[in-house]
Every structure is written in C-alpha cells, then in structure tokens.
Write a protein that binds this ligand. Structure first.
Ligand code: BTN
Length: 338
C-alpha cells in the first residue's frame, strides 16, 4: 500500500516503486529495475508480468534497451495536490490517504470514522477492487486512469440534509470538469454527472453514525478520466464517457483532484451555512431532466410525469396529471421515457 500520513509522507511499495520509475514511458534497464527493488535482472520480467495482471498495465520488453510502460502514466502526487490547495482547503485537510489499490475508498473512509476521524479527511486510490456505485452496482476502477475519492464531512441535520448535499456535490463536480473540458456538463437527478447523456462521474453518499443529529457523511466521487482501453469497460451497463474523450486533450488527474478538493471544501462550507439555496440556480442550468417525461421507481412503485425541476430541499418535482409532486431521493431510479 502507498499510504500518506497527515503530512504527506509516502510509504511506497515495491510495485509502486517500479511503476513510478517506468511512469515516464522511457526505457529502463533490467539492471536498474532489479537494483531498485532488490531482485536479480532475471526476476525483473517476472515481477513486471505480475504487475501487468495485478494492475492492468502494459509493459514492453525490448532486447538491449530494457523495459518501458508504453505511453507512460501520471500517478497521483500528494505533494503536488497539497501544494495547489488554498490555505483554507489545506487547513481543512488534516488526513490524506493515497492507496495504490484498495477495496473501496468509501469503505476505508467509513473505517476512519470508527478510528475516530470524522471530518477533514480524504481517501483516494489509484485503483479499487470493489468500487461500489449506487443501488449496489459495482464501479469499475482500473489503475491509474480515473479519480476515486472519498471525503469525510461531519454535519448537523442528519440524513434529512443529505438530499441537498448530494446535489451540491454534483454541482462541485460540474464546476471542476466544465473548465477543463469546455463541455456542457449535465446533472441528472439525484447525482449523475453526464456529457451528451453519457455518464462521466458518479456520486455515492453514505451516512455513518447518528441519523438524526450530528452525523458524518462519506462523500464518494468517481470520475472517469481515461477509461478508453481499460479492461472491463465493455461490460459497463450504461452509456459512459470520460474526461479525455470529451476534452480531446490529456487532462491531469492531479489537477482534477486538487480542484475537486478545493471546490468541495468551499461548497461544503457554504452548504453548512446556507443549505442548498445558493446552488439551486446553477443546478437548474445543468438539469438535464427538465421538460423530459421520466419514470421513477422506488420500492416497486412506478410514477411517470414531466420533470419540472427541483424544490428547495433537493427533491425532484414531477408534474403528474396537472399536479406537481415532490419525489425524494434514496434508492430511486429515474429513466427518461423514450
Ligand atoms: C454511482 O453509481 O453513480 C456512484 C459511483 C460512486 C463511485 C465512487 S469511486 C470512489 C468511491 N468509492 C466507492 O467504492 N464508490 C465511490
């Protein structure tokens, strides 16, 4: 595991040392690699093959030149991310963990709560082996390609405040991605982030602790950055896209992460003070359901109507037979009717 403590000191595994050396996309000799991790030249290729299967990376071996990671890779860089944060976001960020491979950053964040950390914490990973999405779906999380982030926030208001919060996080993601891609970002209630109706990012909020009073929420954000070509993408059960396809240029994950932490801290502070209202206008501008005939399904009950926006609490407003009804979050699936 590659784990950073509060001051950002990294404990780097052999695997990560090798990947770091090869991250530049240049050739490195077997001797250099062997020396780095203390194995013989002959054992290096075996080690690289193991990393290929473990992390889905593609190494090349060329006689007389050595080994390389074709195209290189940008790894997450804690010091760079920290350096780019404003004093306010830096103050907030007391605990920062970066993992090369983890089950799920959300699960790790929940563990932190049990260990006594309730706020000011971020867990990110290069890859997840059991990344989870809404409604119990898996979230494909290949190594070194995307953003997998979980933040801990402690706030008053219990689960009731969550509905608005998940919409705020959608706005945060849109604020980060729009300037980098120059694309119109769409938000699909309650918290899908889309471009041209294809999913670019997902948000999963989970409450830990007291559901009525002061509680801690795990804010999980997954952003597809460079998904094309990754193993398993063909099995994703819905139309998807990634930042690089829509931006048409390489985009740094470290840039996205620092902007995401920065925007999240300032939005959460505002949400704590003023609730959802300062975000309603922006949400409305990005709302991709407005005017569409949609069906919602919760606990086996189906409702169909025309989406007319959201109310002050973040509920979806549906016009059904001339009357407007508020549909609240939770395990609801929303489909645009063809
Ligand atoms: C969705 O289904 O739209 C929500 C996807 C949320 C995925 C993120 S990736 C980081 C965090 N860790 C997880 O296991 N899930 C969330």
């Amino acid at each position: 595991m590659f784990k950073n403590n509060e001051v950002g000191v990294a404990v780097v595994t052999d695997a990560l040392q090798i990947i770091r050396l090869l991250a530049d996309g240049e050739f490195h000799s077997g001797e250099e690699l062997g020396r780095l991790v203390g194995v013989s030249r002959a054992a290096v290729w075996k080690r690289l093959q193991h990393l290929q299967t473990q992390f889905g990376l593609r190494f090349e071996s060329v006689r007389g030149r050595g080994y390389r990671l074709a195209g290189g890779i940008e790894l997450l860089d804690v010091s760079l991310i920290r350096m780019r944060l404003s004093p306010d976001a830096s103050d907030w960020l007391q605990h920062f963990e970066v993992h090369e491979r983890i089950g799920s950053t959300n699960r790790r964040a929940s563990e932190l709560v049990r260990e006594g950390v309730h706020s000011g914490a971020i867990v990110v990973a290069e890859s997840q082996t059991e990344g989870s999405g809404r409604r119990g779906r898996p979230w494909l999380s290949p190594f070194g390609r995307n953003i997998y982030l979980s933040a801990l926030w402690s706030f008053e208001g219990g689960v009731a405040a969550l509905e608005g919060l998940s919409l705020v996080i959608g706005v945060v993601v849109a604020r980060v991605i729009a300037p980098l891609t120059k694309c119109h970002i769409e938000l699909k209630w309650p918290n899908d982030v889309l471009v041209d109706s294809r999913k670019l990012a997902g948000i999963l909020l989970e409450v830990v602790g007291d559901l009525d009073g002061r509680c801690t929420v795990v804010i999980g954000i997954g952003i597809n950055v460079r998904m094309s070509g990754a193993e398993g993408v063909d099995a994703i059960g819905q139309p998807w896209t990634d930042v690089e396809s829509v931006a048409d240029v390489p985009v740094s994950r470290n840039t996205i992460l620092s902007a995401l932490i920065e925007q999240m801290v300032s939005a959460m502070r505002l949400f704590e003070r003023e609730g959802l209202s300062p975000f309603l206008h922006e949400w409305d501008r990005l709302d991709c359901l407005k005017g569409c005939v949609v069906s919602t399904e919760a606990g086996g009950r189906m409702q169909t109507g025309v989406a007319v926006g959201i109310d002050a609490s973040g509920a979806l407003l549906l016009e059904i037979d001339g009357a407007v009804q508020a549909v609240h979050g939770g395990e609801i699936s929303v489909r645009i009717k063809a």
